[in-house]
Design a protein around this ligand. Structure first.
Ligand SMILES: Nc1ncnc2c1ncn2[C@@H]1O[C@H](COP(=O)(O)OP(=O)(O)OP(=O)(O)O)[C@@H](O)[C@H]1O
Length: 307
C-alpha cells in the first residue's frame, strides 16, 4: 500500500531527522511505528503524507508518487492528528462533512452517516464540538480523517494522555476499521499499545529504522522465557546432579529459575530433561510458572544495544 525508498530528511540548520529509510506497509495491516521522543516518527509520517518534502528518496501510495501525483496519493490517506483544531462551535456533522469537501469529493450524506454511526457519534451529530467529552472528540478526529473514504489511516499517538478506559475504546475503534479493510499506521510511545494492536512493528531510532518485524515473530525471536519452580523445601545450593541445566537459585533457596529461548526447539525439549532430573534427585515442586519477555523488554534491550 505504501512504499518508502531511501528516504532522508535534513532540516534547514543541518539536523538529519530521517536517515535512508526503506519501509513497506502492506494493505490491510496495522503497523505500529515505535520509537523514543524525537526519533523521527512524526517527520516520517509528515513526509509520507506529503506535508514535508524529503531531502532524498521517494514515497508511493498505492503506486502514486506522493509528490508528482500529490492529489491522488493524498486522497488515499486519512491523517488523524493528536489535537482537535476545528471550531469549537461547529457541529459534529458540519465539521466531518467539511473535511470531505477539502478533498474535492462530492457530498455524500450516506457516507458521513455510516462513518458517524460506526464511531457511535450519530446521536451527537448536531452537538457542537465543545459539548463533547474527550473520547468523543478523539472519535470526531477519526471521523474527519475518514470522511473522504481513504484507504490508509495514520494515527499519530492516538491515545497520548488518555485514560485506560478510553484507550481501550480507541483500540476497539481502530480494530473495527482494520476489519473494514483500512490500512492503519499508528505511532506510539506506549509499547503496550503496539503489543496489543499491531500486526507488524517498526522501531525507529535517531531517524533510522532499526527493525521491522511481525509482532509475534519478534516476540518469539527476541523473547526469552523463564520457568520458575517453587520448591517444597528450601535448598542451600543447586544440587550437583542439576548443575548442567544452568539453574539459578532464588527466593532464599525456595525457587529454581530456568531461562531459555522461547523459539528454540532444542531448549524446550531440554525442559523435559530438567523435570526428569528433578524427579531423580527427589526434589518436590510445589508450584511452577513461566514468564515470557514482553515487547517492552525487547524494545528496551534493542534501544540500549544500539545506544
Ligand atoms: N522543522 C524542524 N526543524 C528542525 N528540526 C526539526 C523540525 N521538525 C522536527 N525536527 C527534529 O527532528 C527530530 C525528529 O522529530 P519528530 O517530531 O519526527 O520526532 P518524534 O519521533 O515524532 O518524537 P515524539 O515522540 O517526541 O513526538 C527531532 O530531533 C526534532 O527536533
Amino acid at each position: 500500500m505504501i512504499r518508502v525508498e531511501g528516504l532522508s530528511k535534513t532540516f534547514r540548520g543541518g539536523f538529519q531527522a530521517l536517515v535512508d529509510v526503506d519501509l513497506e506497509i502492506r494493505r490491510g495491516e496495522i503497523f505500529a511505528l515505535l520509537g523514543p521522543n524525537g526519533a523521527g516518527k512524526t517527520t516520517l509520517i509528515s513526509v509520507i503524507c506529503g506535508l514535508v518534502n524529503p531531502s532524498a528518496g521517494r514515497v508511493t501510495v498505492d503506486g502514486y508518487d506522493n509528490l508528482r501525483e500529490y492529489r491522488k496519493a493524498r486522497a488515499l490517506i486519512g491523517l488523524v492528528p493528536q489535537e482537535l483544531t476545528s471550531e469549537a462551535f461547529t457541529t459534529v456533522w458540519d465539521t466531518v462533512s467539511f473535511s470531505r469537501g477539502l478533498f474535492g469529493k462530492p457530498k455524500d450524506p450516506a457516507h458521513i452517516e455510516r462513518v458517524l454511526r460506526s464511531l457511535t457519534l450519530w446521536e451527537k451529530r448536531d452537538n457542537r464540538l465543545l459539548q463533547l467529552s474527550g473520547g468523543m472528540k478523539r472519535r470526531v478526529l477519526i471521523a474527519k480523517a475518514l470522511a473522504h473514504e481513504p484507504q490508509v489511516l495514520f494515527l499519530d499517538e492516538p491515545t497520548a494522555g488518555v485514560d485506560v478506559a478510553l484507550r481501550r475504546e480507541m483500540w476497539e475503534v481502530v480494530r473495527q476499521l482494520r476489519d473494514q479493510g483500512v490500512t492503519i499506521i499508528l505511532t506510539t510511545h506506549y509499547i503496550e499499545e503496539a503489543e496489543e494492536m499491531a500486526d507488524r512493528i517498526g522501531v525507529i531510532r535517531r531517524g533510522e529504522i532499526v527493525l521491522v518485524e511481525n509482532k509475534h515473530a519478534l516476540m518469539r525471536k527476541l523473547g526469552n522465557k523463564e520457568l520458575t519452580l517453587h520448591l517444597h523445601e528450601p535448598l542451600d545450593a543447586v544440587p550437583t546432579a542439576l548443575t548442567g541445566h544452568g539453574l539459578a537459585l532464588t527466593d532464599e533457596g525456595h525457587a529454581l529459575v530456568y531461562s531459555y529461548n522461547a523459539a528454540s526447539q532444542e531448549e524446550s525439549s531440554s525442559i523435559s530433561g530438567l523435570l526428569a532430573d528433578l524427579e531423580a534427585v527427589g526434589l518436590r515442586v510445589k508450584d511452577l510458572h513461566t514468564r515470557q519477555s514482553s515487547l517492552e523488554d525487547i524494545f528496551v534491550s534493542l534501544v540500549q544495544e544500539r545506544a
